[in-house]
Design a protein around this ligand. Structure first.
Ligand code: ASP
Length: 302
């Protein structure tokens, strides 16, 4: 793999290969046995133009577990604030010859733009509402770990489908791997088009989660809305907030997932998020490390 820019560029075999490698690193981390110096000669630039807790930290931990050195570049303290434009900033950083770039940016396709200019591999840590490929991969790893498969699973994604790059990448990955995908959102948060015709769209939470194995909730991506599309968080929660009661009534036994950040009182009730027998949220976070080790290995490991 030269770059990892999106799930749109991967077929089922390539996704399967990444998941197998992630599984290898998951077991290796448990046993304490892997090549700690596998990427010891590599310097990786982290170019995060948007805030992050999980993705940035998890990429750094994954890189360090493989022996790579990481430069956490900060846009706020960079020459962007002196008027340098994005392209010149990228060309400047690339002239220092990093071995890899992991980046996040608010603009659609920004990692593809950087990949076309850089001489090193680029990994997308999330761009606009388009793609967040490593999130979808770690979600898939988490489902595979819990259910033993992805093919045939009934997965419902609830929330801001229109503005979420997690939805963007997950809908594609899950369909390519043979899961049955439904999305639930109010009409203002539903995209005009869905990436696969097999995906079912619902406006009603109960209908959309009926019989699901996994219900994945998503935050309202307010930073990408031109105006307030939802009257209030409370109004959204009333109609789309996931509770144990609703889950047990319509999807008994379903597991809940959320890429985070979990905004308390909006996506799901607190006790459900914290219930380890129903929530895979912290497993998703933990699986971010072996998944990103796998991606770094496949892209930079040669
Ligand atoms: N952390 C994820 C992302 O960067 C999900 C979110 O922010 O809602 O897209």
């Amino acid at each position: 793999m030269r770059h990892l820019l999106g799930i749109d560029e991967l077929d089922a075999d390539q996704i399967g290969e990444i998941l197998e490698r992630a599984d290898y690193y998951s077991r290796a981390l448990r046993d304490g046995k892997w090549d700690h110096n596998h990427l010891a000669d590599k310097i990786i630039f982290h170019l995060f133009f948007e805030h992050s807790t999980r993705t940035l930290t998890s990429f750094e931990v994954a890189a360090k577990r493989l022996g790579a050195r990481v430069v956490n570049w900060n846009p706020q303290t960079s020459s962007l604030s002196k008027g340098e434009n994005f392209t010149d900033t990228i060309d400047t950083l690339c002239a220092m010859h990093p071995d890899g770039i992991v980046m996040r940016h608010a603009d659609y396709g920004a990692p593809n733009f950087v990949a076309a200019r850089s001489t090193c591999p680029v990994i997308n840590g999330g761009d606009s509402w388009r793609e967040h490929p490593t999130q979808a991969l770690l979600d898939a790893m988490t489902m595979k770990e819990h259910f033993g498969k992805i093919e045939g699973l009934n997965v419902t994604i609830v929330g801001d489908i229109a503005h979420s790059r997690v939805a963007g990448s997950n809908m594609q990955l899950l369909c390519k791997m043979g899961a049955h995908v439904r999305v639930v959102a109010p009409p203002v948060l539903m995209p005009e088009e869905l990436p696969f015709k097999e995906i079912e769209a619902h406006e009603n939470l109960a209908d959309g989660i009926k019989g699901a194995d996994v219900v994945m909730t998503l935050r309202l991506q307010k930073e990408r809305m031109d105006s307030a599309l939802i009257s209030s968080d409370a109004a959204y929660y009333n109609e789309f907030g996931l509770t144990l009661e609703i889950l047990d009534k319509h999807a008994k036994g379903a597991m809940v997932m959320d890429p985070g950040p979990l905004v308390r009182g909006v996506q799901m009730e607190d006790s459900l998020a914290e219930d380890k027998s129903r929530s895979l949220i912290l497993k998703q976070v933990a699986n971010g490390i072996p998944t990103r080790m796998a991606v770094l290995d496949l892209v930079l490991g040669g």
